[in-house]
Design a protein around this ligand. Sequence first.
Ligand code: ZN
Length: 98
Amino acid sequence: MSEICQICGLPKDLCICERKVEEKIIVRIEKRSYGKVVTLINGIQRDNKELKEIASKLKSKLGCGGTIKNGIIELQGDHRRRIKELLIELGFNNIEIY
Ligand SMILES: [Zn+2]
């Protein structure tokens, strides 16, 4: 029997309350060769499957291409203006934009 979380009432091994608090999302812009710019989203502590779902939602909302490298979501273009709002919609709350 595992312990029950006081916040959500789920067993501790299913609960993501603590993970949500720890998850700090860092968004930054990186310039690539040939004047290309990518938006990097770092700090999402999810498994690969969930990360792919998040990335594809962001790509369709922003209408851009993108990929995942070492747990970091890379989106083509500069999306700093809209990304925070979209990440909040997806349930993230601790987001810093650089
Ligand atoms: Zn919980």
